[in-house]
Design a protein around this ligand. Structure first.
Ligand SMILES: [Zn+2]
Length: 53
């Protein structure tokens, strides 16, 4: 049996300031922490994972 609790989180990442080429983000929804590669230029853009429409 599978519980329905397994539904994927859409992850609303709150990004901190980029540090050393990496940006730490924390999901506002599930509290997961994750490190993203900081975009080389152009400021922030979307993190590696955007929720697909
Ligand atoms: Zn999440």
């Amino acid at each position: 049996m599978r519980s329905k609790k397994d539904e994927p989180c859409t992850h609303h990442w709150l990004l901190e300031s980029p540090e050393g080429g990496a940006v730490r983000g924390r999901c506002k929804l599930c509290g997961e922490c994750r490190v993203f590669n900081a975009p080389p230029r152009r400021g922030y853009g979307a993190p590696a994972r955007t929720h697909s429409a």
